[in-house]
Design a protein around this ligand. Structure first.
Ligand SMILES: Cc1ncc(COP(=O)(O)O)c(C=O)c1O
Length: 371
């Protein structure tokens, strides 16, 4: 084929996908470093809620010692699921492992959604629910949260449920706003009898989990990830606590080798390092509270919301969040900026190491007080 345009390739594609708004992932560090002309080690990366301390020494050691990278991984991730069983107190038959919790979200949507069904989420929230829902032609019902504190509007949520509702996504603590959903809200949504997916990507920082309700409700799924506290975002491992009957179907529709050898090994090692985990939760939570305190100094410019996660959401009262983001970026400090309905003129900053917080605050002062 020449490069001359003869076939209308786009006309052959699914028309609804051509319209789909693309998901905006974060820019890879090495590219960013070249674009900004700042060495990677000087970048202060506070834009993706990763663990600023990296992976645990045990996980790094396990990766170094693994001899079998040339062999396909265990498709059932049995060893990891057994250890997750001990860690969560749930039988391994109810544990499903995926390539990040993103893959688990996609598999659940693949399993439950036929075109025309609807899914509920509570906006603003993690963008993958609606992105993946659209990919599978679900109607997305994003029920707006209360604007004051971003709590879920239960009445509106219940009113949005109908016979075509298949999945309800509750992100708690919620990304990007940082607040948690109370148990009464989760129970009210479970009582609809629809499948409720509780996304606990950040539960460690809240010190609270809904796994205990999985014994009581057969329509509850809880998703977790090794990407945040465990510091393994680059290896892509997530897991779900699902009813056995759902797990059986998920096994059928996943790709056989979805979780890599490296991912399975590192995840197992990090589960065994209970002390490291506990120590890092403590450090990150203490630093979140310090950062929250420091951000109050800017209360004339923006409101920093209380957070039960490893990031803080800030909405501006004056000035431009986009400008703050781009000025910080020029100085090598990365935060996430938002400007869409319910997230107007706002940014989210992840909790970093104390020295990273200090650099961020120093630059923020310069930008806000001198622009
Ligand atoms: C709420 C929430 N759920 C899921 C994910 C995806 O996690 P993973 O890296 O396991 O795919 C993220 C990542 O940012 C998230 O914020």
């Amino acid at each position: 084929m020449t490069t001359e345009k003869r076939l209308d390739l786009e006309a052959m594609m699914r028309p609804d996908l051509l319209e789909l708004e693309e998901y905006t992932p974060v820019e890879p560090l090495d590219r960013l470093s070249v674009r900004l002309g700042i060495p990677i080690e000087q970048l202060v990366k506070l834009d993706a809620n990763e663990n600023p301390y990296g992976a645990s020494p045990a996980a790094l050691e396990a990766l170094k010692n693994q001899q079998y990278y040339h062999i396909y991984p265990d498709p059932s991730a049995l060893n990891l699921r057994e250890e997750l069983g001990k860690y969560t107190g749930v039988s391994k038959e109810r544990i499903f492992v995926g390539s990040g919790s993103d893959e688990l979200l996609e598999l659940l949507i693949r399993l439950f959604i036929s075109p025309g069904d609807n899914i509920l989420d509570f906006a603003p929230t993690f963008g993958m629910y609606s992105f993946l829902g659209e990919l599978y032609r679900a109607q997305i019902r994003s029920v707006p949260r209360h604007i004051k504190d971003y709590s879920i509007d239960v009445e509106a949520a219940l009113a949005a449920v109908d016979e075509h509702t298949k999945l309800i996504f509750i992100c708690t603590p919620n990304n990007p706003t940082g607040n948690s959903a109370p148990e009464s809200v989760v129970r009210a949504l479970l009582d609809t009898g629809k499948i409720v997916v509780v996304d606990e990507a950040y539960h460690d920082f809240a010190g609270h989990s809904f796994i205990k309700l999985t014994d009581e409700y057969e329509n509850l799924i809880v998703l977790r990830t090794f990407s945040k506290l465990s510091g393994l975002a680059g290896l892509r491992v997530g897991y779900g606590i699902v009813p056995e009957i759902i797990a059986r179907q998920l096994w059928k529709i996943k790709q056989p080798y979805n979780v890599t050898v490296a991912g399975q090994e590192a995840a197992r090692a990090s589960l065994r390092e209970g002390n490291w985990i506990a120590e890092h939760v403590e450090k990150i939570v203490a630093e979140r509270e310090r950062l929250y305190g420091l951000l109050q100094e800017f209360s004339d410019y923006f409101e920093a919301l209380p957070s039960s996660s490893n990031f803080i959401f800030c909405r501006l009262k004056q000035g431009s969040a986009k400008l703050i983001k781009s000025e910080l970026e020029k100085r090598g400090v990365l935060v996430r900026h938002y400007n869409k309905p319910l997230l107007e003129n706002a940014f989210r900053v992840s909790v970093g190491r104390p020295e990273q917080t200090d650099i961020f605050i120093e630059h923020l002062k310069q930008i806000i007080y001198t622009q």
